[in-house]
Design a protein around this ligand. Structure first.
Ligand code: ADP
Ligand code: MG
Length: 323
């Protein structure tokens, strides 16, 4: 039978919007000294909005794209992605009344972006500079244009330099706390899109409450360093792990554990699942993906990051009762 105190603890938790999937982990929560939050969809609203679009000029020999073309290409490539960035770009295409072409061969480049091939258009016949050589090498099917959309990490991965104009665009966006994704056609950058992250009101209190209890707060994200830093500074979070690939997120948890910390991870995405499993207490946002919820010890049913502090307090309370 379930001991009485534990039963009380669980139903008390449920009343506070906390679903306990693993009671041992819930017990452990009272000793937490570090809480690591995922950024996107956890500390920030699961939504983003397009705030600026720029198109590169002089894309010889192709005609210059304009911002509408950049959005059209991006929306086409993002058609099958569930990422918040994809949703924002598709909405922007709708708002602009653009007609978005069909694509095939959609690929999610985990933690970096997406890639797909637009049907029907013949690729340029001339194979000139290094960029085109690379495009030719990377285009398996020569029957259309390959379009990729991704963050700074995608460009670094492809060893592509965005050039001065786009670097300025990205710097300005970064200073405003916005993120940038680049749009590539046949592996050449044609433009960029700036998106705004909206920090959830509850996140400020969530961080303050944990700090008030003497708990360290860190942020773990696949997103760009500058964007991550600006969100973290706003929230008063000192430790930031940015530009972390999905497969490396759990390693950051292990690093903290190796330094002697008892660590909770709070996340919503498929990419957070390994870190949620690895953490001493894995905490999923209730509206998060099934994979995240199934990898977690505790689920925040109300999707409220402030419930992390409540959970720690509740754990301490029921532990005292048991002694
Ligand atoms: P987070 O860890 O904050 O939830 P992700 O790991 O999902 O972020 O993504 C990391 C970065 O990779 C994003 O900030 C973005 O730059 C890029 N990225 C990921 N998915 C997409 C996509 N569908 N379209 C464009 N960029 C993407
Ligand atoms: Mg997320």
């Amino acid at each position: 039978a379930v001991p009485l105190v534990v039963a009380i603890n669980t139903s008390m938790a449920a009343r506070n919007g906390i679903l306990v999937r693993d009671r041992i982990a819930m017990e452990r929560a009272r000793e937490l000294d570090t809480v690591v939050f995922d950024k996107t969809g956890t500390l920030t609203e699961g939504e983003q909005g397009v705030v600026d679009v720029t198109a590169l000029e002089d894309r010889d020999p192709d005609p210059d794209p304009d911002p509408d073309d950049v959005v059209t290409l991006a929306a086409a490539a993002e058609g099958d992605s569930e990422h918040v960035i994809a949703q924002a770009i598709r909405e922007e295409a709708r708002d602009r009344g653009l007609s978005v072409p069909d694509v095939r061969g959609f690929e999610a480049l985990e933690g970096r972006g997406v890639r797909a091939t637009i049907e029907g258009e013949a690729p340029p016949a001339v194979v000139g500079d290094a960029g085109r050589d690379r495009a030719a090498a990377n285009t398996t099917d020569r029957d259309g244009h390959t379009v990729s959309v991704g963050g700074p990490n995608l460009l670094r991965h492809l060893e592509i330099d965005p050039g001065d104009a786009l670097e300025r665009f990205a710097d300005d966006a970064g200073e405003r706390g916005e993120g940038v994704v680049y749009v590539l056609r046949d592996e050449q950058v044609v433009g960029a899109i700036a998106l705004a992250d909206v920090i959830r009101d509850a996140s400020y209190e969530a961080v303050d409450a944990l700090h008030g209890m003497g708990v360290e707060v860190a942020m773990l994200t696949g997103d760009d360093r500058d964007v991550a830093r600006s969100v973290a500074d706003d929230l008063g979070i000192d430790t930031v792990f940015a530009e972390v690939l999905p497969e490396d997120k759990d390693e950051k948890i292990v690093e903290l554990q190796d330094r002697g910390h008892l660590v909770a991870m709070v996340g919503d995405g498929v990419n957070d699942a390994p870190a949620l499993t690895r953490a001493d207490v894995g905490i999923a946002i209730g509206s998060g993906t099934d994979v995240a919820v199934e990898s977690a010890d505790v689920v925040l049913v109300e999707n409220d990051p402030r419930d992390v502090a409540r959970l720690v307090r509740l754990s301490a309370k029921s532990y005292r009762k048991m002694q």
